[in-house]
Design a protein. Structure first.
Length: 112
């Protein structure tokens, strides 16, 4: 993965199948630069990766960035979700939401 192609907010696919979000690039005078200048966020946790998307230089880990999340995949899932809701069948959506971290679900809900 070429992290220089990433922009803040991009959805990134990790080696373990999870999806992280591009957050920022660490300024040059920070101690982690130049090895790990790219900050990604996964489940509210900030991680840093190399220009190649590796969490640890020279080896692979489950949290390496391997590519962008295809927008068409998300769009297709949204279309299916809308169809399921219209048809009154939310079983698959419920199963999907069970895989979402609790903190992500809480952040989605309106504040009380």
């Amino acid at each position: 993965m070429d992290m220089t192609q990433c922009m803040k907010g991009d959805k990134l696919l990790l080696r373990n199948g999870e999806i992280a979000t591009m957050d920022n690039i660490i300024v040059k005078n920070h101690a982690l630069v130049p090895k790990y200048p790219y900050c990604i966020v996964l489940d509210g946790v900030m991680r840093t990766v190399t220009k190649e998307g590796l969490e640890f230089s020279g080896t692979t880990t489950p949290f390496d960035v391997i590519g962008f999340v295809p927008n068409d995949l998300i769009d297709k899932a949204l279309v299916q979700i809308k169809e399921d809701v219209i048809n009154g069948d939310v079983t698959a959506i419920e199963e999907l939401l069970k895989q979402v971290p609790i903190e992500s679900l809480k952040s989605y809900l309106p504040e009380e």
